[in-house]
Design a protein around this ligand. Structure first.
Ligand code: GLV
Length: 332
């Protein structure tokens, strides 16, 4: 987009188009005060079925706004958008986007990973503390009147000195490491590649990492390589006292096996913000006091909304003026 004095005189139809497939509260937030700069094209407003709408109305669309809770951006959708050059996703995770198809079509991706990292890490550490110090379980104990009728509650474990294995040392994993270092934990990690900028011990094999950790914190993305990467063998290597925390995606863990391990006491506990089949959570977990559950909401705090809006609009402005994107994701 040429930035000149006439920009604000452009009619909606002449503005650069930004496609949205489904309504999303975060999109509305991004749109607020910016509808004079971009024409936000909303597939759901049309009476046409989505495919037909895309085929007839979105042929010239270059940018798609997407989110982790929105519809997956499949090869089929990409095929209906021949002019698409950029997907801006309001998420840290990218598993809802067909990355191979984007690569093949030369579609760039910009994410919100940097903005969400601190908030997701906070919840990861919160879940770890909760499981290990029985915070939610003690709260239930007190509310149910058991402090009076039964006396003391089961003791939790000390956090300081624990070995925390981080799976995925990206933006989120690094924030988790930073926080837990301050608690006196020792940090180990598994990642696709060894990171030259940290001195934490690197474990190329996730099973080895589990065997050497008191807690595993899952912070990686979901893809073909990480799907069910945390399988029964890894869980058994973590062991009876071991705790697992997941703030990545549910399907990185083989959920059925994890539930079995928890029910049989083969691992010590779990703190979970994500699940394989959200919003459905395996019912067996509801009965377990050593499990803390959270409804996949680690990423979003109202405090990050301003930064999110600036990042998305910054990416759109950069794209339409041929400048480097602010948060382009590597997709090789
Ligand atoms: O799950 C949330 C995200 O990917 O940002």
């Amino acid at each position: 987009m040429a930035h000149n004095n006439h920009t604000h005189h452009l009619h909606g139809q002449d503005l650069p188009k930004v496609l949205q497939l489904l309504p999303n509260p975060c999109f509305a937030l991004v749109e607020a005060n910016n509808s004079h700069k971009f024409h936000f094209l909303k597939a759901w407003v049309s009476p046409l079925p989505q495919d037909q709408f895309l085929e007839t109305q979105a042929g010239s669309v270059q940018v798609l706004l997407s989110s982790a809770i929105g519809p997956p951006i499949t090869a089929q959708i990409l095929h209906l958008l021949p002019s698409l050059k950029l997907i801006v996703t309001i998420s840290a995770g990218l598993n809802h986007v067909d990355l191979a198809e984007c690569r093949a079509r030369g579609v760039a991706i910009a994410s919100a990973s940097k903005i969400f990292a601190e908030d997701v890490a906070d919840v990861g550490v919160g879940l770890l503390l909760d499981v290990m110090r029985n915070i939610s379980a003690s709260d239930r104990f007190v509310r149910d009147g058991f402090w009076v009728s039964k006396g003391d509650f089961a003791l939790g474990s000390k956090i300081g000195g624990k070995r925390v294995g981080i799976v995925g040392l990206g933006n989120i994993g690094l924030e988790v490491a930073k926080r837990l270092e301050a608690f006196g934990c020792s940090i180990l990690y598994n990642s696709r590649k060894k990171k030259p900028f940290v001195s934490y011990p690197f474990f190329p094999d996730v099973c080895e990492l589990a065997a050497n950790s008191d807690v595993l914190v899952i912070c990686c993305g979901l893809n073909a390589q990480t799907h069910h990467m945390i399988n029964k063998k890894v869980l058994l290597a973590l062991g009876r006292e071991g705790v697992i925390v997941n703030v990545g995606r549910g399907a990185i863990i083989d959920e059925k096996e994890m539930v079995q391990c928890l029910v049989r006491g083969e691992i010590g506990g779990a703190g979970l913000d994500v699940f394989e089949n959200e919003p459905h959570v395996p019912k067996e977990l509801f009965a377990l006091d050593n499990v803390v559950l959270s409804p996949h909401q680690a990423a979003l705090t109202p405090e990050c909304f301003t930064a999110l809006r600036e990042l998305v609009i910054g990416n759109l402005e950069a794209f339409f003026s041929n400048k480097p994107l602010l948060s382009q994701v590597e997709n090789n």
